[in-house]
Design a protein around this ligand. Structure first.
Ligand SMILES: *Cc1c(COP(=O)(O)O)cnc(C)c1O
Length: 222
């Protein structure tokens, strides 16, 4: 007997009002997702396009999906229109491509811009100055079919709680600074940070969206 439903209810009980839970179901089968669904969860996160597309037809249509993984431009077409939000826009090229494909499809795609603050060199995302320049120059004004709802970031993968706290503080400060640079940005109010090991700390630092996988579904079988 799995504890998936129990974990979902536990996290919902702990999250303050205004903070949403993305249940990260990557590498877990549709049956596991259904257990979370039956406990009331409707928002799920996937990080690989093929896996997302394989799961979609197996699951209820009222599930909202967030794409949270690195997205290649050649796969954009397969993702837009199928997910409520792409949380992981990590280059301007990808952003413009999403906009172009959304225009062609006659839809508007919601996105978050991924920022990079962690010490790992392999992590994707905009550096602080890059993303601030983007908003300072108001380059989002060229977008016709993409709405930027906020930013997403990850803390360093370390047991050093002070480092994790300072990473979340940094992501939150980038978020505030963008709002100050562009006070007229509408609907820019999502700060996605926090995973299984660190979401309570992320919430303390102002997260409005936590992405939790392992703590709900158990270890992933890669
Ligand atoms: C896998 C993943 C998560 C969830 O990680 P857990 O440690 O299993 O909670 C969150 N965010 C992103 C971007 C991920 O790729």
């Amino acid at each position: 007997m799995s504890h998936i439903g129990e974990e979902i209810r536990k996290i919902h009980g702990l999250l303050p009002d205004g903070v949403e839970l993305v249940a990260v179901s990557k590498f877990h089968p549709a049956e596991a997702i259904m257990e979370a669904y039956d406990a009331g969860q409707r928002l799920f996160g996937e990080s690989r396009v093929q896996e997302l597309l394989a799961k979609l037809p197996l699951l209820p249509a009222d599930i909202r999906w967030h794409f949270i993984g690195h997205l290649q431009t050649n796969k954009v077409k397969q993702v837009i229109g199928r997910v409520a939000l792409i949380e992981s826009v990590d280059t301007e090229k990808l952003l413009l491509h999403i906009d172009k494909e959304s225009r062609k499809a006659g839809i508007t795609t919601g996105v978050l811009m991924q920022v990079h603050v962690a010490m790992e060199e392999t992590k994707f995302g905009f550096f602080r100055e890059e993303i601030l320049d983007f908003f300072r120059d108001r380059r989002f004004e060229t977008l016709t079919n993409t709405h930027i709802y906020g930013i997403m970031g990850m803390a360093s993968n370390t047991d050093d709680e002070a480092r994790v706290a300072s990473d979340f503080g940094e992501i939150a400060s980038i978020f505030r600074e963008i709002k100050e640079l562009c006070p007229d940005l509408r609907g820019f109010d999502t700060l996605s940070m926090g995973m299984s090991g660190d979401w309570p700390l992320a919430v303390e630092k102002g997260s409005t969206l936590v992405r939790v996988g392992t703590a709900i579904f158990g270890q992933r079988q890669y």
